[in-house]
Design a protein around this ligand. Sequence first.
Ligand code: PLP
Length: 397
Amino acid sequence: SSRFIGITTAPPDAILGLTEAFAADTNPQKMNLSVGVYKDASGQTPVLKCVKAAEKWLVENEKTKGYLPIDGQADYRRHVRNLIFGDCVESDRVSVVQTPGGTGALRVAAGFLNSQLAPIRVWISTPTWANHNAVFTSEHVPQEAYRYLADDKKSFDLDGMIDDLTNNTRPGDAVLLHACCHNPTGVDPTAEQWDQIASVVAEKRLLPIIDFAYQGFGNGLAEDTVAVRAILKVCDEAIVCSSFSKNFGLYSERVGAISILSGDAEMAGAVQSQLKTLVRSNYSNPPRHGAAVVATILDDADLTQMWHDELTEMRTRIKRLRQQFVETMKKTGKGHDFGFLLDQNGMFSFSGLNKMQVDELKNKHSIYIVGSGRINVAGMSEDRMDQLCAAIADVIE
Ligand code: PLP
């Protein structure tokens, strides 16, 4: 008999499962607002012009496809350090390792906790991106939950978060923070609130792990470092897991990095060596192409300007869609005020729709959003806003 006979089927990924259902839906009016990718006015997830230009240059000039170093391409790593840390900290205290996307960075971070800092627990916001739990579970890191979204499902529960971090953590625990554009809620702390959070993190000697997947999608590249800056002001050790999937539109090229800030250069060297050990036995070394594209763009002033402009265009389009959605919902006359969406940042928003309403949206209107009520605002379209809002008004009667 087969040794695989006892293997049961794993549950499908909740969000990617919706994409499959969407693909099978024959309604020509269908709309997919579940997956976290940006779409332009024509409904496409485009290759940025700066990326195309860099790829053209690379096709003509790239000399080899030989392996990269275990920790990645040096100039790419330098650009990551500049974008995230600027001149906040001495650069020789930061170990940067190029990773396959932000998920790869989180997985290396979890491996680092497990191999170097165990026993250690990680505190994760309620709610959070579902893969956070899965990644830390894979590396056997125990998890605890801190309060984040208030009971109204619209606003930030600062008191709850501070209370949990102050009274329920143990010194030495890690805490996972979303730098900006919180996924799935879109609800971010203000600069003053970040200072309050950072001071608790420092006082309790918690190790901050900052997930920075949406730099430039909130208020701007520099503006979105608000959480990083607040933490670095008071903590001398921190981990940042960053991704260029969204802000360069390089989703499938798997471009990210883990950056670890240590107390001094000597510790940073030891940390870098341990990160390399983790990578070597996992995927050996990172993919070249996406990081080469990013480095090519950031090495060139014109391409960098082009990137800034294209990123600004994506960010302002999302803000415009938020506004149009709120105004169009108002016009449906259903008296439901979605004005709170205007205070939220990034691709996602919690709509406040419950599971039944989400199901009805799918079954009756072929509009797909995540079961929690999370809407991908970046997937909305100006042309079809009336259709979307009429459907939502119908299910919230
Ligand atoms: N962290 C958060 C909160 C995310 O939403 C995502 C992507 O959806 C990631 C990390 C990782 O992105 P990727 O691995 O595609 O770079």
